[in-house]
Write a protein that binds this ligand. Structure first.
Ligand SMILES: Cc1cc2nc3c(=O)[nH]c(=O)nc-3n(C[C@H](O)[C@H](O)[C@H](O)COP(=O)(O)OP(=O)(O)OC[C@H]3O[C@@H](n4cnc5c(N)ncnc54)[C@H](O)[C@@H]3O)c2cc1C
Length: 381
């Protein structure tokens, strides 16, 4: 190991958890954190449930960067952008200068995908993937606001529930024909649709937003089916893409994320990656942009960085969809997997292959309490 510090890029769950895990094994190794944000910690999943919890953006902060840095012996370089990496020289180029590293951990997340929109208010469309974005959303949401959400995936549906439940008029627009179409069996989707309709959510299926313009009463969203929807705010929630652009010139292997092996090592042996930016060979070459995989990966990486090479083994990690109108627990197989959803009993579905093996499940409403039993379906021969 050379004498240079370990450099970690990012200050989200992946970065802070990796450092805390490292410190369980090694109190000595010098660590520098480089982050474009303040470095403060917050639970990102709470961004889509904060109204129901009665919390503003400022209430969600649960760790001050300077305190976390002191507690974990980290030199913090906040508000600093990583710009490029020279793998041969083992140097990270940042907006504040050049840092030599012994090992580099890439934990700098993903950014919201945006589609080009026409209109004189297209630049007012918001996305929420960081606490700062959420503060902007809250500041712009006036009582009684009409909100159009682009995308009926996990984040779009969670915001629809949170904002609809708080009395905002919510429109959800999606090219698909039902919510969470990629994750749920059809009847589960329709139950969620009914539950959110009960909060006043208005659905616009099979279409998408073309343009957003100023109008006399707020904004006017034009859909490509010809509908005009008068709203006050547009929130785009059509997915995330790993931040790999600034790494392209380095030659590091990237696909939908930075490619990592079971040791979370990239194509360069001194560079590791985890979190929303990583694409895991040991998980069928998937990105896993969720909390549980991050905690699992950080545990393994913390040990590896302390000199105890540890492979990450991802267990089955169901995702709780935070839609209190119809809570859901989803363990969907990676697409494309051959098989079909089978209704087991009211509110419980199994994804079975041709041999009758259960490869996934969905639990809805009261059935979400059957998590432990459902996990056994997956391990049963
Ligand atoms: C609204 C919402 C709700 C969610 N709900 C759930 C849920 O219920 N359950 C669940 O499991 N998951 C949920 N997720 C996903 C989960 O929160 C994320 O997978 C996780 O927080 C990602 O952590 P990360 O550390 O990889 O990335 P991030 O938290 O995005 O952190 C990346 C950090 O890197 C910094 N950075 C980026 N680029 C650079 C650069 N070039 N130089 C320096 N710094 C840089 C950023 O400023 C940021 O601090 C949710 C996500 C969202 C957006």
């Amino acid at each position: 190991m050379n004498q240079h510090p370990l450099v970690v890029v990012g200050s989200g769950l992946a970065a802070w958890t990796t450092i805390k895990e490292l410190r369980k094994h090694d109190a000595q190794r010098e660590v520098i954190m480089v982050t474009a944000s303040s470095g403060d910690a917050y639970p990102k999943p709470a961004l889509s449930t904060a109204f129901a919890q009665g919390k503003e953006a400022a209430h969600l902060r649960n760790g001050v960067a300077a305190d976390l840095a002191a507690a974990n012996q980290v030199q913090l370089q906040a508000h600093t952008q990583a710009l490029s990496v020279d793998l041969a020289a083992r140097q990270l180029h940042t907006s504040q200068g050049v840092l030599a590293y012994s090992d580099l951990v890439l934990a700098h997340g993903a950014h919201p995908i945006r589609i080009p929109l026409a209109g004189d208010a297209a630049n007012q469309v918001l996305s929420v993937n960081q606490l700062e974005d959420y503060a902007v959303l809250r500041q712009q949401l006036k009582p009684g606001a009409r909100v159009l959400i682009m995308g009926a995936g996990l984040i779009g549906c969670e915001f629809a529930n949170d904002l609809g439940g708080a009395g905002f008029q919510v429109h959800l627009v999606d090219p698909a024909s039902r919510p969470l179409a990629a994750l749920l069996p059809e009847d589960a989707s329709h139950q969620l649709e009914t539950a959110l309709s009960g909060l006043g959510v208005v659905w616009h299926w099979g279409t998408s937003v073309n343009s957003v313009n100023q109008s006399a009463t707020g904004l006017q969203a034009s859909l490509n089916n010809g509908e005009q929807v008068p709203v006050d705010l547009v929130l785009s929630a059509i997915g995330l893409r790993a931040n790999t652009d600034w790494l392209q010139a380095s030659g590091l292997s990237c696909d939908r994320g930075v490619l990592v092996n079971a040791h979370l090592q990239t194509s360069d042996p001194h560079v590791y990656a985890l979190g929303d930016v990583a694409q895991y060979a040991s998980a069928g070459n998937r990105t896993l942009p969720y909390v549980m995989p991050i905690m699992t990966a950080a545990r393994a990486l913390g040990a590896t960085l302390a000199g105890k090479p540890t492979e990450v083994v991802f267990p089955v990690m169901p995702v709780a969809v935070k839609t209190p109108a119809l809570p859901l627990l989803v363990a969907a197989p990676a697409a494309p997997t051959a098989g079909a959803w089978v209704l087991l009993e009211q509110g419980a579905w199994q994804f079975q292959n041709q041999q009758g093996q259960t490869l996934g499940f969905v639990l809805a409403g009261a059935q979400t309490s059957l998590r432990a039993k459902a996990m056994q379906w997956l391990t049963a021969p």
